[in-house]
Ligand binder design. Structure first.
Ligand code: HEM
Length: 384
C-alpha cells in the first residue's frame, strides 16, 4: 500500500499476536487504560477552555489527546502537547494518511508498476523516513533505561523478547528492528488518526444538529451530573451510546478497510476471484446499505435505539471490519470514543463559528486513507 511495506503471512501473524497480547497487558480495554483516558480528558478540556468560546480548529488538540493514549501503551509515557518531537510525529502521520488518499496514490495502489514516481509518493517516503528516524531515537532512549523485570510499554516488551531470542541463539525470528519500527508506526497511525477523526466527526455533528446535542447533554446531566463519566456508565447512557455508534456508521471513516489477499480461489456473489488477488472490503456498502438502515444517508441515532429507547446492537455495524483481520484496537477505540466524547459534551456545548449557520456546516469528507471532516472551526462554549 502506497509503496510502504505492510506485514503479511507468518510475520503478520506473529506481530499481530504479540501486539494483541502486549497491548492488553499494557491496559488495552482495561481499567488502567480507562484511567489514562480520563486523565487525558482533563488536558484536552484545558486546551479547549483556553479558546474561551472562540472558534478554533479541533484537529491538533484532539489528535494529540488521542495519540497520547496509544503512546502510553507503546512507549510507556505520554507527551506534552507542545513537545516538538511529539508534534512532528503526530503531524507527519496525519499528512501520510491524507496523502495516501490522493488520486495519484490511489492509482499507484492499483497499478504499482506503472505509477512509481509520483510526487505524492516521494513525499510519503520522505515523511515516512523522518518518522522512522525519530522512532529510532526514541527506541535508543528506551534501550538505555530498559529493565526486563519492569516493561513500561510495547517497545520494552519487544526489545526484551528480541534480546531473549538472541541469547538463546535464535537470530532469524520476526523480532527484528524493522518489524519493531513498522509495528510501532502502524500502531501509532492506526491508534491516532482513526479515533481522532471519529471524535471530530462527532463534535461537528453535534454543532450541526443542536437538538441531538441537547438530548445527549440532558442525558449526561440526568444520569451523571458533574462527576467524571466512567466506562461502567455506558449502559445507563443509551442515547449517548447511540449517537457515538451513529457517528461511526455515517462517517464510515475507513471505507475500504485495508487491502486483503485471497488465500484460495473463491466465487463471491457469482464472481470468480483467483487465489492471491488483492481485495478491498467496501465497508461503506454495509454501513450505508438501504436494506439494513432505515435512513442510510442521514444522521439518525434512532438506528441504535428500540421503542423503549434502549440501546440496540445492529449486525450491519462493522466500522472495525470483521473476521481475522478485524481492527486490533477496537476495544481501545470504543473506550476512547465513549470517554472523550461524553466528557467533552459534559463540559462544552459545540456551535458553528460566528457567521456560519448549522446548515452551512459541510459534511462532505476530505479523502485520505481515512475520511475526515473537511477543514472547519467550532466554538466550544463552557457549560459546566
Ligand atoms: C474509531 C477508531 C477505529 C476504527 C474505525 C478502526 C478501523 C479499522 C479497520 C476498518 C481496519 C481494517 C480491518 C480489515 O482490514 O479488515 C483496522 C485495522 C487495524 N487497526 Fe483499527 N480502527 C480504529 C482504531 C484503532 C486503534 C485505537 C488502534 C490501536 C491499537 C487500531 C489498530 C489497528 C491495527 C493494528 C490494524 C491492522 C490489523 C491487521 O491487519 O491485523 N485501530 N482498523
Amino acid at each position: 500500500l502506497n509503496g510502504v511495506a505492510w506485514s503479511n503471512g507468518d510475520s503478520w501473524k506473529e506481530m499481530r499476536r504479540f501486539a494483541l497480547t502486549n497491548l492488553r497487558d499494557f491496559g488495552m480495554g482495561k481499567r488502567a487504560c480507562e484511567d489514562k483516558i480520563i486523565e487525558e480528558c482533563q488536558y484536552l478540556i484545558e486546551v479547549f477552555k483556553k479558546f474561551q468560546g472562540e472558534a478554533f480548529d479541533t484537529t491538533q488538540p484532539v489528535n494529540c489527546a488521542v495519540s497520547n493514549i496509544i503512546c502510553s501503551i507503546v512507549y510507556g509515557s505520554r507527551f506534552e502537547y507542545n513537545d516538538p518531537e511529539f508534534k512532528s510525529l503526530v503531524d507527519r502521520t496525519a499528512r501520510i494518511i491524507r496523502l495516501s488518499g490522493s488520486p495519484s496514490i490511489q492509482i499507484f495502489d492499483m497499478f504499482p508498476s506503472l505509477f512509481k514516481w509520483t510526487a505524492d509518493r516521494n513525499e510519503i517516503h520522505k515523511i515516512f523516513s523522518a518518522n522512522k528516524k525519530q522512532n529510532q531515537t526514541i527506541f535508543s532512549r528506551l534501550k538505555e533505561t530498559l529493565n526486563p523485570q519492569m516493561c513500561r510499554g510495547f517497545v520494552d516488551a519487544f526489545l526484551v523478547r528480541k534480546q531473549n531470542l538472541e541469547e538463546s541463539g535464535i537470530t532469524n525470528s520476526h523480532f527484528h528492528n524493522e518489524n519493531l519500527v513498522m509495528t510501532v508506526m502502524h500502531l501509532f497511525a492506526a491508534g491516532t488518526e482513526t479515533t481522532s477523526t471519529t471524535l471530530r466527526w462527532g463534535l461537528l455533528l453535534m454543532a450541526k444538529y443542536p437538538k441531538i446535542q441537547d438530548e445527549v447533554q440532558e442525558e449526561l446531566r440526568r444520569v451523571i451530573g458533574d462527576r467524571q463519566v466512567q466506562v461502567a456508565d455506558r449502559k445507563n447512557l443509551p442515547f449517548t451510546d447511540a449517537v457515538i455508534h451513529e457517528t461511526q456508521r455515517l462517517s464510515s471513516i475507513v471505507p475500504t478497510a485495508l487491502p486483503h489477499k485471497t488465500t484460495q480461489d473463491i466465487t463471491f456473489q457469482g464472481h470468480f476471484i483467483e487465489k492471491g488477488t488483492t481485495i478491498f472490503p467496501f465497508l461503506t456498502s454495509v454501513l450505508h446499505d438501504p436494506n439494513e438502515w432505515e435512513r442510510p444517508h442521514s444522521f439518525y441515532p434512532a438506528h441504535f435505539l428500540d421503542k423503549e429507547k434502549k440501546f440496540v446492537k445492529r449486525d450491519a455495524f462493522i466500522p472495525f471490519s470483521a473476521g481475522r483481520r478485524i481492527c486490533l484496537g477496537e476495544s481501545l477505540a470504543r473506550m476512547e470514543l465513549f470517554l472523550f466524547f461524553a466528557t467533552l459534551l459534559q463540559h462544552f456545548c459545540f456551535t458553528p463559528a460566528p457567521g456560519v449557520s448549522e446548515d452551512e456546516l459541510d459534511l462532505t469528507p476530505s479523502v485520505g486513507l481515512t475520511l475526515s471532516p473537511s477543514p472547519h472551526k467550532l466554538c466550544a462554549v463552557s457549560c459546566m
